[in-house]
Design a protein around this ligand. Structure first.
Ligand code: 26W
Length: 821
């Protein structure tokens, strides 16, 4: 399999050898999991050649490297994706087929590595794919959680969280690298001593330490031999081997350190857009940051003697504020270990770190109590304190006498460490993730900082990788696209625009919709198997899949389903086009209204799906355990993509782009990247409703929104809202949904009623839904719009996004890796 020529025989032999060496089994004796392992090792063999070759290019050409620092990498399954990027997917499928094996079944054996919550983690994974494909040197730096995002079970309509033991069978694509072990220190105190030259030295003492041990995962570029590395850190106790010591002090410490190591990487925090403020999370942050910075600097120092030139070769991108301690850790190493003066170290740090903001939700802003921060990271705290002291002086110089500025902008204030402020002050770039989001950051959330450092602010609209979300997830459509415009789109998604002429072509329309139908059948089978519900592939598949959050308004969606049901019940003879409403969402374990919304969706589904009166015209499906692997099928099968967040709240969204690429029509608000999608596809091919972000922000500022008025004046709305508490959907427990009812109409305190403007946008949503069904029945018009959605999705490739990061922020060198010998 060298030089891109696939050798079927050699591949099968390699699978057989692996089975023999791993399990002492023949092909005939092995089970599917063992075969998955054996196939993966055969694939890894090919990858390793290219991985080595890429490392050699790094050593020889010394390109600038981006370290993408992220608490989350939601990679999804690797086998299929690696085969696609090696350009051997079809060949391997055929080869396996010949010996009676099915690649789909084998792929399905792989755990879905879910080391992330949602948008931010999946974005990091798409970025890694694009970095390799575009030929840039990159390391993803993260944590090797023992348990990733929980698996979701639905029991009696409620979400139940089940641990995700993704490593239980061993993960074939990871490579243990104990030779790059680093020590990470927590707690204790800082002693100051004088150096011979009179300068001060800071020494951390009485600390606890853990060892950070990396596992490397390959990130294969598409068809270009480049293999970058995702390094995720595992923890181990340092004094483990001294545990049999009977010296009491040592023993105590050894046990503590072992517990620390064990807990540190045990589990991913399943919170999305909500800070829990847990001490362990700060430990996780410093743990992976310190290890990654140490490894980055060690790599740099191997080939360079002048640490001052670090920014020429290294850049750290902070994926939200979670890895912001990078700033202080780099300062610590430069000052304490490299012996640089403060100003020199600051100069380097502020040219090396850059920050991406992914949310404006206030409850997602990370602020650590100073007490915790200082106790856990005493030296890091001193450094943050000094950064803050100097920054406050700068504020005072710029705005003399304006205490408000200091109060709003200081890094340390009110007993808290404000991570976003630290990231902005130390970063050379601050970016939002869609144009609207960046404008809101500049004009609202981060206005003070924008005024002080306008040059730092920039926008990088998110993107997604077409290799996974079209090529792998929707092979039928991928082949159709290639048949019409060639395969250039795989690495240059803008080429999809060449599909535009086919949008009006009757034959192309028919083919396109036939593919959509086959994908709907595939999803219908999945639903039948997993939910036991029959859905009609000729109904409109209206889909909302994403994390469950009040601002994303799954609640609005299900209230509308209830509304439709009421209409149909009242008038069973009405003209009604069949609709299937599909939901998929995980709720953070402690998020009550989110969990209750899941229960509501399932309760409404129970009633509607089993009501013979409506003759199956409405079906409601909640897909259990929505995750990267089933997402690919869901995007491929959607007619309508629900992107209905309260305007201004969704920073970008990336699911929206995946649906668009797969030819779904968006039903959305003018929020996040929807705004740019509308611009690309044209207002006649997207269904926009609801308040604008300006209107939302104005209502929030003026506090002049009263949902009760709407409730009182609109009968249809009043009926669905009342149904939340009259037992229609919970006959055995009519009070079950009381909290959801109260969230809309808090009679005690109108200020906290309907925070996300569900009732306000309801009528406009109902209208948009009406327009959608009407439009759907004009088969040609719909097909044309669907094709145009695919055709205009080019901008939303993460390749475009990454090229912008490279050109405008990172300034990386392009690398070429020759074919392995
Ligand atoms: C500390 C708790 C916490 C955990 C995760 C706070 C915030 C987060 C993330 C920033 C939430 C997140 O995933 N944000 C999403 O990022 C995507 C990628 O940029 C955007 O497309 C989504 O709009 C945004 O919600």
């Amino acid at each position: 399999m060298k030089s891109g020529v696939f050798d079927k025989k050699a591949f099968i032999q390699s699978v057989r050898d692996n089975l023999k060496n791993l399990y002492r089994k023949t092909l005939e004796e092995a089970d599917q999991q063992e075969i998955f392992q054996a196939v993966s090792f055969a694939v890894k063999d090919v990858i390793n050649d290219r991985w080595l070759a890429t490392q050699q290019v790094f050593d020889k050409e010394d390109p600038k490297i981006v370290y993408y620092m992220s608490m989350e990498f939601l990679m999804g399954r690797a086998l299929g994706n690696n085969l696609i990027n090696l350009k051997e997917y079809k060949e391997v499928r055929e080869a396996l087929d010949e010996i009676g094996l099915n690649l789909d079944v084998i792929e399905d054996q792989e755990p879905d590595p879910a080391l992330g919550n949602g948008g931010l983690g999946r974005l990091a994974a798409c970025f890694m794919d694009s970095l390799s494909t575009l030929g840039y040197a990159a390391y993803g730096c993260g944590i090797r959680y023992r348990y990733g995002m929980f698996k979701q079970k639905i029991q009696d309509g409620f979400q139940v969280e089940v641990p995700d033991n993704w490593l239980k069978n061993g993960y074939p694509f990871e490579l243990h690298r104990p030779e790059y072990t680093y020590e990470i220190k927590f707690g204790g105190h800082v002693r100051t001593e004088s150096r011979e030259d009179g300068s001060l030295r800071f020494v951390q003492e009485d600390y606890q330490s853990v060892l950070a041990i990396p596992y490397d995962m390959p990130v294969v570029g598409y068809g270009n031999n480049v293999v970058n590395t995702l390094m995720i850190w595992d923890a181990a106790a340092k004094d483990y081997f001294e545990l049999d010591s009977f010296d009491k002090g040592d023993y105590q410490k050894a046990v503590e350190q072992q517990n620390l190591a064990r807990n540190l990487v045990e589990v991913l925090y399943p919170n999305d857009n909500h800070v829990a403020g847990k001490e362990l999370r700060l430990k996780q942050q410093y743990f992976f940051v310190s290890a990654s910075v140490q490894r980055a600097l060690a790599r740099y120092k191997k080939n360079h003697d002048d640490i001052r030139r670090l920014p020429e070769k290294v850049t750290f991108q902070l994926n939200d504020t979670h890895p912001t301690v990078t700033v202080a850790e780099l300062m610590r190493i430069l000052v304490d270990e490299e012996g640089l003066g403060w100003d020199e170290a600051w100069e380097i740090t502020t040219k090396t770190c850059a920050y991406t903001n992914h949310t404006i939700m206030a409850e997602a802003l990370e602020k650590w109590p100073i007490e915790i921060f200082q106790r856990l990271l005493p030296r890091i705290y001193q450094i943050v304190d000094e950064i803050n002291r100097r920054f406050v002086l700068q504020i005072q110089e710029r705005y003399p006498g304006d205490d408000g500025k200091v109060a709003r902008m200081a890094i340390l204030y009110d007993g808290q460490v404000k991570m976003a402020h630290l990231a902005i002050v130390a970063g050379y770039s601050v970016n939002g993730v869609a144009r609207l989001h960046t404008e809101i950051l500049k004009n609202e959330q981060l206005h003070d900082f924008y005024e002080m450092f306008p040059e730092k602010f920039n926008n990088k609209t998110n993107g997604i990788t077409q290799r996974r979300f079209l090529m792998h997830g929707n092979p039928l459509l991928a082949d159709w696209v290639t048949k019409h415009i060639g395969d250039g789109w795989i690495t240059e998604l803008m080429q999809l625009a060449r599909l535009v002429p086919y949008a009006s072509d009757a034959k192309a329309q028919k083919e396109f919709m036939e593919i959509k139908r086959r994908n709907k059948v595939r999803l219908a089978e999945y639903i039948k198997e997993h939910n036991g519900i029959e859905v009609d592939p000729d109904s409109i598949f209206d889909v909302q899949v994403k994390r469950l959050h009040e601002y994303k308004r799954q609640f609005l969606n299900i209230l509308h389903v209830m509304y439709l049901y009421n209409e149909l019940k009242a008038n069973p003879q009405m003209d009604f086009y069949p609709r299937t409403f599909i939901f998929g969402a995980k709720a953070a374990a402690g998020y009550r209204n989110a969990k209750l919304t899941i229960k509501l969706i399932n309760s409404v589904a129970d009633v509607i799906n089993n009501d013979a009166d409506i003759k199956g015209k409405i079906k409601v499906v909640f897909i259990e355990d929505y995750r990267v692997s089933n997402a690919e099928w869901i995007f491929a099968a959607a007619d309508v993509s629900e992107q209905i967040s309260t305007a201004s709240k969704e920073a970008s969204g990336t699911g929206n782009m995946k649906f668009m690429l797969n030819g779904a029509l968006t039903l959305g608000t003018m929020d996040g990247a929807n705004v740019e999608m509308a611009e690309e596809v044209g207002m006649e091919n997207i269904f926009i409703f609801g308040m604008s972000s300006e209107e939302v922000i104005a209502h929030e500022r003026n506090r002049d929104y009263d949902p009760m008025q709407i409730y009182n004046s609109d009968e249809g709305i009043r009926k669905v809202v009342n149904q939340l508490v009259d037992g229609t959907f919970s006959p055995n427990d009519p009070g079950l949904f009381r909290d959801l009812y109260n969230s809309l109409l808090n009679t005690q305190c109108t200020q906290y009623a309907d925070t996300y403007f569900i009732l306000k946008d309801f009528r406009s949503y109902v209208d948009a839904q009406k327009r959608i069904v009407e439009y759907y029945q004009d088969k040609q018009a719909w097909a044309k719009s669907a094709i145009l959605n695919t055709a205009h999705a080019g901008k939303f490739s993460s390749d475009r996004t990454i090229q912008e990061y490279v050109d405008e922020i990172w300034h990386l060198d392009h690398i070429t890796v020759p074919d392995a010998l």
